[in-house]
Design a protein around this ligand. Structure first.
Ligand SMILES: [Ca+2]
Ligand SMILES: [Ca+2]
Ligand SMILES: [Ca+2]
Length: 428
């Protein structure tokens, strides 16, 4: 060990690293990361006992069972350790607060029983600690906000949640906490805004739209604020979107507030997202492709229009048209010269999608002249496609994407190589 350290010191000297000065003894005695981790773990064992299971937050920014954060504003980080005792009668997660001692060691200063059998996520608001707990038997998660003072981790907020997110919802420069929960058939939104007194101003509102489930959400820029876009499943399985943010008048829901809720309704799978990466969220809206007008809702092939909510006009602003392949996780932006000229045929067995030149004199779409096909295979299927004349478009982690131009290149509806590259996006 000593020989290796001396060797490293000599190498550093030889490489002309003059800014670093240290003694070989100092190098040998410096506590390393593994020692520190071991001291922290020992402090937890001493307090909680052996035979504990570490609990790792499942989502969010903090994914370790040991989260380090300055929870008492003394400029030194404490550690929150999450664990369970692995007993049949007590499946609750426990939190241990570990603080560094003057001698450079660690000790547990407080133990607390959590509110679920797993940690869903850990967040912070100033020095307050937010822990989301999940429990297998409930759909809703439990949210707790704790404040650490005088050596005690005291709950200062308790509630259920489906979504919890921290964002600058009113554009003030500081983040608020957004909480979404279902209440019967309704959906309730709550916003906690830190105030100058060290507490929180609470706002709540029940959304106009009921939901059978919250299926997803994302954050996006909206008129200088950050808005939360909530995709909700309604009774027939369709998706609708509601937006909310905070104004001086309280929680604002501009989609339902402007009577636009019905316009966001589309089949499941067409999620709200920032599809073009400009920071604003697009909401898909679908209409059947030509030739699919009589297909049942949800079973047709759809032309998707991407809309953004505009604060200026209080309306949904059209962005672009696209074809979404929900099953295979990609989208193709539809060029304007395709509108009313092109429809689509999907092979349910292979997943291959072929855009065809619409011709009303033909009895079926399958008889119309093909323009371009897009196909997907798992990584092992690559050769079969390239041998059949397909070109590789993109290779993702577990899937490869191909295309094949099937019309004569002089056909104006054929996409150029640039269009194929720029218009095709993987959405998974
Ligand atoms: Ca501290
Ligand atoms: Ca704010
Ligand atoms: Ca966007």
């Amino acid at each position: 060990m000593k020989r290796i350290a001396v060797f490293i010191a000599i190498c550093l000297l030889l490489s002309g690293c003059q800014a670093i000065t240290f003694s070989v003894d100092g190098l040998l005695n410096a506590p390393n990361v593994a020692d520190e981790q071991s001291a922290i773990y020992q402090a937890l064992i001493e307090s909680a006992g052996r035979g504990i299971n570490l609990e790792y937050p499942r989502n969010g920014d903090y994914r370790s069972a040991f989260v380090s954060y300055d929870i008492d504003s003394d400029s030194e980080e404490e550690i929150l350790a999450f664990y369970s005792v692995g007993s049949v009668s007590d499946s609750n997660v426990k939190i241990s607060v570990l603080d560094s001692t003057e001698g450079g060691g660690w000790r547990s200063t407080y133990e607390l029983a959590g509110a679920g059998s797993a940690v869903e996520r850990v967040m912070f608001s100033g020095r307050d600690i937010i822990v989301g707990y999940s429990a297998q038997e409930y759909e809703e998660n439990a949210l707790r906000m704790y404040r650490y003072s005088d050596g005690v981790l005291a709950p200062i907020y308790e509630g259920a949640y489906t979504v919890v997110e921290s964002a600058d919802l009113d554009g003030c420069g500081e983040d608020e906490l957004a909480i979404v929960r279902r209440s019967g058939l309704g959906v309730v939104v709550e916003i906690l805004k830190p105030n100058s007194g060290g507490g929180y101003n609470e706002y709540d509102s029940e959304l106009e739209t009921g939901a059978s489930a919250i299926s997803g959400y994302c954050l996006g820029e909206l008129g200088g604020k950050t808005a939360l876009y909530l995709d909700m499943s309604v009774d027939d399985g369709s998706l609708v979107t509601e937006i909310f943010c905070l104004t001086s008048e309280g929680i604002s829901c501009p989609i339902s507030g402007n009577g636009l809720g019905g316009l966001t309704r589309r089949p499941a799978g067409y999620i709200s997202r920032d599809y073009d990466g400009d920071g604003r969220v697009e909401m898909p809206s679908v209409t059947p492709f030509i030739g699919y007008d009589s297909a049942p809702w949800g079973e047709a092939e759809y032309m998707t229009a991407l809309y953004r909510f505009s604060e200026e006009s209080s309306f949904l602003e059209f962005g672009s048209y696209a074809y979404f392949n929900i099953r295979d996780g990609y989208m193709l932006t539809i060029p304007s010269r395709w509108l009313n000229m092109v429809t689509v045929l999907r092979d349910d067995a292979t997943g291959e999608v072929t855009f065809v030149k619409y011709d009303s004199s033909k009895e079926s779409i399958a008889e119309m002249e093909p323009i371009i096909s897009f196909a997907v295979s798992d990584v092992s299927g690559t050769e079969a496609f390239t041998e059949a004349g397909y070109k590789t478009l993109k290779i993702a982690e577990d899937k490869s994407y191909y295309y094949k131009i099937k019309a004569d290149p002089s056909e104006p509806l054929v996409l150029t190589t640039d269009e194929i590259r720029d218009n095709f996006h993987i959405t998974d």
